[in-house]
Write a protein that binds this ligand. Sequence first.
Ligand code: MG
Length: 223
Amino acid sequence: MTPAADLLRQADAVLLDFDGPVCNIFAGLPASVVASRLKELLIREGVRLPQDVEALDDPLKVLRRTADIAPELVDKVETALMANEVEAATCAAITPGVREFLEACAVVGKPVAIVSNNSEPAIETFLALTDLGEWVTAVSGRPIGEPEQMKPHPQSTLRACKALGVEPARAVLIGDSDFDMQAASSAGIRSIAYANEQGKAESLTQAGADAVTRSMAELAEQR
Ligand SMILES: [Mg+2]
């Protein structure tokens, strides 16, 4: 039994990051294209982009920086981002093994919530298109209008625990970013790093992961 399987077995509920463990949301509509669209919107609104923002190719980072450089445009940028995320969700690529993983959780009676910095309409769109919705009890997406409350802030993870009726200490979060590991740790939730790329296991362990898995299929088998 690997440590990841142990953590999973001990948990009463599972929190699943969306982009990574469930799908590659920007597989069809690249993140860099969405980031460019948001930057163009800012420029059209008369904002002079600082160099660091000009260089961003992650739309979530553009939203985060909008709160600093043009707080009055957060709502406009967020609305545009949400529309782009829904578009992206229609051509996202499902993560191999996630369907089997969700089915395995259902078999052993562990409820699953999605905890994401992506917005809820996009997540719901993807779950509906892939027929995964029936395996997911709750969706805790990006707090709209409050980019500073995105992960690594623990808010969305705590909201998911509440929705599932589980104490944070009885849940486990599976994610693929430092922010996931940090959010889990701040909330008192144990974490499994989904490390599907070279070097990720080390960096996510350094960020506080309690265990590591290489694939969702591996986790599905080890429940
Ligand atoms: Mg992720």
